[in-house]
Design a protein around this ligand. Structure first.
Ligand SMILES: Cc1ncc(COP(=O)(O)O)c(C=O)c1O
Ligand SMILES: [Zn+2]
Length: 363
């Protein structure tokens, strides 16, 4: 019997796992999975991310893995890069999309709705097709052209919206109106559970981790890594929480009070989310992990991108947000170069090679 419930952090209300959308009916807050320690059983023989997800959260017989997860790490000049852009559709989102689409299929849905700046859309579209689901994708109209083309190539139905915020709102209302499954990674707790696999992998790959730095949009990646470490501590696999640092971009600084920001980042297209739906959870995780929040502007992103490409990492500008943040944190003395610091490289640059050429021509 499946005892898994979804719970609201705000009011404690509990729901069945197949509630759609995964929002509290009373407070409209995103729901989280309620997993007891006794439910933390893993099957190390499963492929990719599934070995790091409690086995009662999915159906072993129906999972369709494309080899998501198990990405390499590479050390350059004392920084350790986690090459998550090497996932099947070119971003870390495959970790979440794989399990979220499996759940949608298990719940009996035929149509799913996603809103995204591009990468999660590509990922959800690809995995939906594997399970025979029809994906409806809401994207901001100024998303990189090839990311839009990629969705069409994979067979997703594209709905273009004015900006990232309206893509989110329209996707939720569309899903409610049609009774399609809202799989959107901004709130779907199954998507989040897939992202926890990064923490498990890192613990296998690196003996001791001082810091992890990620670009922060909706905060799913950040919270996934944080929750993954929390579980590893509960399981006695490790006895410490690394410092988890979140990097935002100019114009989209939601975690820090700053005097004014007149410019809106263009290069950090993957993290231009107006308001992270799990903001309080993120703030709690930053405090608990003794993390730091920083922000970078487009000039800093472009310079960091140039370095990454020089190192041989063909990543997208949003991935360079974390490296630009790293440089800033070192210069401020928050981090030491001799620390064991991980930077998660989140998205593949091959999806936007024309934009990369333009950016690099200017720096
Ligand atoms: C390449 C890339 N990096 C980072 C992020 C941010 O992830 P999150 O929204 O989980 O904070 C995104 C989100 O779309 C992304 O596409
Ligand atoms: Zn509630």
């Amino acid at each position: 019997m499946n005892t898994i419930k979804l719970v609201c952090n705000e009011c404690g209300s509990e729901y069945e796992p197949n509630i759609n959308p995964t929002l509290c009916i009373k407070c409209n807050e995103p729901l989280n999975l309620k997993i007891e320690n006794k439910d933390l059983n893993y099957d190390k023989k499963l492929p990719g991310i599934y070995k790091y997800i409690p086995t009662n959260l999915f159906n072993k017989k129906i999972i369709k893995s494309l080899g998501e997860g198990d990405t390499p790490i590479v050390k350059i000049n004392s920084v350790i890069f986690k090459l998550d852009y090497l996932n099947p559709t070119g971003s870390f989102k495959d970790r979440g999309a794989a399990i979220a689409t499996e759940k949608a299929y298990e719940f009996g849905y035929k149509e799913v709705v996603e809103d995204s700046s591009g990468n999660a859309a590509a990922s959800i579209t690809n995995y939906s097709k594997l399970y025979g689901l029809n994906p409806h994708i809401f994207m901001p109209k100024d998303a990189p052209i090839n990311k839009k083309k990629y969705i069409k190539l994979l067979g997703g139905r594209l709905h273009l919206e004015n900006d990232r915020g309206s893509a989110f709102k329209s996707a939720i209302s569309y899903a409610k109106e049609k009774n399609y499954y809202y799989i959107g990674h901004l709130i779907n707790p199954f998507f989040n559970i897939g992202l926890e696999s990064i923490a498990h992998e890192l613990v296998y790959q690196i003996e001791y981790i001082d810091n992890i730095i990620v670009p922060l949009g909706s905060g799913g990646l950040y919270l996934g890594i944080y929750n993954g470490f929390k579980k590893l501590i509960e399981l006695d696999r490790i006895d410490y929480m690394p410092r988890l640092h979140a990097i935002e971009v100019e114009g989209y600084i939601r975690l820090k009070e700053i005097r004014s920001s007149t410019r809106m980042s263009k290069l950090g297209d993957g993290v231009r989310v107006p308001g992270p739906p799990r903001k309080q959870e993120i703030l709690n995780a930053i405090q608990d992990s003794n993390g730091y929040t920083e922000w970078v502007n487009d000039e800093e992103i472009a310079l960091a991108l140039k370095d990454l490409i020089k190192y041989g990492f063909i990543v997208e500008p949003t991935s360079a947000v974390a490296y630009a943040g790293y440089k800033k944190l070192v210069s401020k003395g928050v981090l030491d170069k001799s620390d064991n610091t991980i930077i998660v490289l989140t998205g593949n640059g091959l999806k936007m090679i024309n934009e990369l050429i333009k950016i690099l021509n200017k720096v």
